[in-house]
Design a protein around this ligand. Structure first.
Ligand code: NOJ
Ligand code: CA
Length: 704
């Protein structure tokens, strides 16, 4: 059963050859999964022997800034109890597992949360040993669950303690840092990107990823954790580390073990920021989808936005993200107040509606532990991180999650389909998802007093003799849906507060349909996995641009997933097409994956420029100066001039191909968009992860 769940959930039961089977690549498409986020310390104490001694420990968890005893043995115990299988979740996301600074602060307590890093190459003793961690991975996999870890690449522990270790050896000391392994202390001004990148976050030791020793340490520790067999990364505070460094780090992650990776690019309510989408599209990592998830909370928790806003947001996000299917949706997490406002039926129903939405919407749903029991916690941490109170399996929310998670595992529509609005008013949202002949339709009426009359609308559901029954069996008020035979669904009444879900039949013989490709960055020779339906069971071919990949370069081929070795070719966004053994070809899948020509380097470009006005910014155009390095020209910026260097010296970390000769050109931009360029110059990027180059600009030439 567990194995079946896993295969159905992710659609990538890989049939690799004997050599590769031991290290079978994990699933890169989580569209059929439901993630369950656990604060490890607050879940289950499976082994009291590893509990820290006082004053770091609170046996009854009344001192909620201290450790409370939860550990990996406890999570494994819950897995074995069948709790997650019954709930229907298929992936667990746990707290940062690396060793944290063993201190207690009067104000902030102890690092039960995992974000005060001390030795990233060692497991956190309060959570268990390496053996306990490996046992957790093994238990999770044995029960059809993927395991995702939270990982920190930005910081160590509090500055007052200031030490960072490398498997026991001293790596950095905030009080004595002659080589600059750490960024300069000084709390960040969160309105400035430069401060967020190069200064301390919450007075925590801030790692200088551009120092070779720190760069090596972060890569080594990442490999160490990837080698335990984990399936994915939730990357902490990605706003605080340069995008360039993260791209090259991810290139290495995907080469080593291509796992799913999503970064926490935090955005507040009503934030709709181009930088968020740029990160999701260019960093090589997906994101926790704050723009959409905040809107979901605004609609169902705060009731300050309408269902029309939600529908509009889904459409806008589909345009803004290159890979809308891969972004993580949530209704609350360990940094937000809990979704459920009170035990009142009305508030519980709003949580159920929000859950039903993310469990059926485009994206990867992630649930926060305890939400299945309507856990309250109308404050921020630590109020929203209590000890797991009950293992009840009979709440309506538990049943709802279980039913919709099963639907997600079964229906390609929910795994790959785009989202189309069929009817929307301020209180009602009816949408459909469709993929390879599978169709799921959802209707929500937020109004707890008034029924809604939904008129006849278009549908992709096939006609049926009898009205289509609600998947939730009317338990949340959903009626049966009358279906006509010409792409029309009949009018129906949606009771107050109703949640209705209708699913069409599961089509069997689909034509080949590509739904997903990953990871987002692949180097030649690296593994690329395509997912979808109707690929057939015999090997066909995959077209990567004009090139056919066949035979031994296809490492596995099933009806729902194909893994291949990427051939060399032009760098940039790939166009992919699958050709079945019978010659039938899928539609093209464009733009989901970037091929990288070379190893990526992070180039810190330092520019001494003529004095500029306060409202002028500096950018740089980067173009390869040799055919071998065939990435297109690109503009990067704005450059910074306050923290590591000060005006009139500017700097920025750029993502560039190692070993390539580049043509660079600085461009000055004025407040109304007017531009002046400097003379271009050439530079050869060294063949290493990190490089720094300094250039002096004597004068501006004119409009570029
Ligand atoms: C974001 C995490 O989610 C939050 O809980 C933490 O305090 C900060 N990053 C710092 O690591
Ligand atoms: Ca324990």
């Amino acid at each position: 059963m567990a194995g079946a769940l896993r295969a159905a959930g992710c659609g990538v039961a890989l049939a690799l050859g004997a050599a590769a089977a031991a290290a079978a690549p994990p699933a890169l498409h989580l569209g059929g999964d439901v993630i369950y986020q656990i604060v490890t310390d607050r879940f289950k104490d499976g082994d009291p022997r590893n509990n820290p001694a006082p004053p770091r420990f609170s046996a009854d968890c009344q001192a909620s800034l201290l450790y409370c005893g939860g550990d990996w043995a406890g999570i494994a115990e819950v897995i074995r109890s069948g709790y997650f299988r019954e709930l229907g979740v298929t992936a667990l996301q746990i707290s940062v597992p690396m060793q944290n600074t063993p201190i207690v602060q009067a104000k902030n307590g102890a690092p039960y949360h995992g974000y005060w890093l001390y030795d990233m190459k060692r497991p956190e003793p309060a959570f268990g040993s390496w053996d306990d961690f490996r046992a957790l991975v093994h238990t999770a996999h044995g029960h059809g669950l993927k395991l995702l870890i939270d990982i920190v690449i930005n910081q160590g522990g509090p500055l007052e303690h200031g030490l960072l270790r490398d498997d026991g050896r001293l790596l950095a000391d905030a009080r004595h840092d002659p080589e600059g392994r750490l960024h300069p202390p000084g709390e960040a001004d969160y309105t400035r990107d430069e401060d967020m990148l190069y200064r301390s976050l919450y007075d925590l030791v801030d790692l200088n990823q551009h120092h070779p020793r720190i760069n090596r340490y972060l890569r080594e520790m990442t490999r160490l954790w990837l080698d335990t067999g984990i399936d994915g990364l939730r990357v902490d505070t990605v706003k605080h580390v340069s995008l360039a460094w993260q791209r090259s780090w991810l290139q290495e992650v995907y080469r080593h073990r291509p796992v799913y990776a999503a970064g926490e690019w935090y955005a507040g309510r009503n934030d709709w920021l181009p930088e968020n989408f740029r990160f999701a599209n260019d960093s090589g990592m997906h994101v926790l989808d704050f723009p959409v998830s905040q809107r979901v909370r605004q609609v169902f928790r705060y009731r300050e936005r309408s269902l029309i806003d939600l529908a509009t947001t889904m459409d806008a996000a589909a345009q803004a993200y290159r890979r809308p299917l891969d972004q993580v949706l949530f209704i609350d997490n360990h940094d937000q107040n809990r979704h459920t406002l009170s035990d009142a039926a009305e508030h519980r129903r709003l949580t159920e509606q929000a859950l039903a939405f993310i469990l059926t919407a485009r994206g990867v749903p992630s649930l926060y532990y305890g939400t299945e029991h309507y856990q309250l916690g109308a404050g921020h941490a630590p109020v929203n991180r209590p000890l797991m109170a009950t293992w009840q399996r009979d709440t309506p929310a538990f049943g709802l999650i279980s039913r919709l998670a099963a639907l997600r595992r079964q229906h390609p529509a929910l795994q790959f389909g785009s989202q189309r609005t069929r009817w929307v008013t301020p209180e009602v949202y009816v949408f459909e998802r469709e993929f390879a002949g599978s169709v799921v339709r959802v209707a929500l009426n937020r109004d707890s007093q008034q029924a809604a009359e939904v008129p006849e609308t278009a549908t992709a559901l096939p006609c049926g003799a009898a009205p289509l029954a609600d998947v939730l069996a009317g338990q949340f008020g959903g009626p049966a849906l009358p279906l006509g035979c010409h792409g029309r669904a009949g009018a129906f009444t949606l009771p107050p507060g109703a949640i209705a879900v209708w699913a069409g039949p599961l089509p069997s013989a689909a034509t080949p349909t590509l739904g997903h490709a990953g990871p987002p960055l692949v180097s030649p020779g690296g593994l690329l996995t395509l997912a979808g339906r109707g690929f057939g069971t015999r090997k066909g071919r995959v077209w990567v641009g004009p090139r056919a990949v066949a035979g031994a370069q296809l490492l596995s081929w099933t009806d729902q997933a194909v893994t291949l070795r990427l051939p060399a070719g032009r760098s940039g966004a790939l166009t992919l097409q699958l050709e079945r053994a019978d010659g039938q070809r899928s539609e093209l899948l464009r733009g989901a994956v970037d091929r990288l020509g070379e190893r990526l380097a992070t180039l810190r470009l330092v520019v001494d420029a003529p004095p500029m006005a306060a409202d002028e910014t500096l950018w740089v155009d980067i173009a390869p100066a040799e055919r071998r390095c065939n990435a297109g020209p690109e503009r990067d910026g704005p450059f910074y001039n306050r923290v590591l260097y000060q005006a009139p010296t500017w700097y920025r970390d750029l993502s560039v191909p190692a070993g390539c000769r580049l043509t660079l050109r600085a461009v000055k931009r004025g407040p109304s968009g007017e531009q002046q360029a400097a003379a271009p110059w050439q530079l050869r990027v060294p063949r290493q992860d990190l490089a720094t180059a300094r250039v002096r600009i004597r004068h501006w030439l004119g409009t570029p």
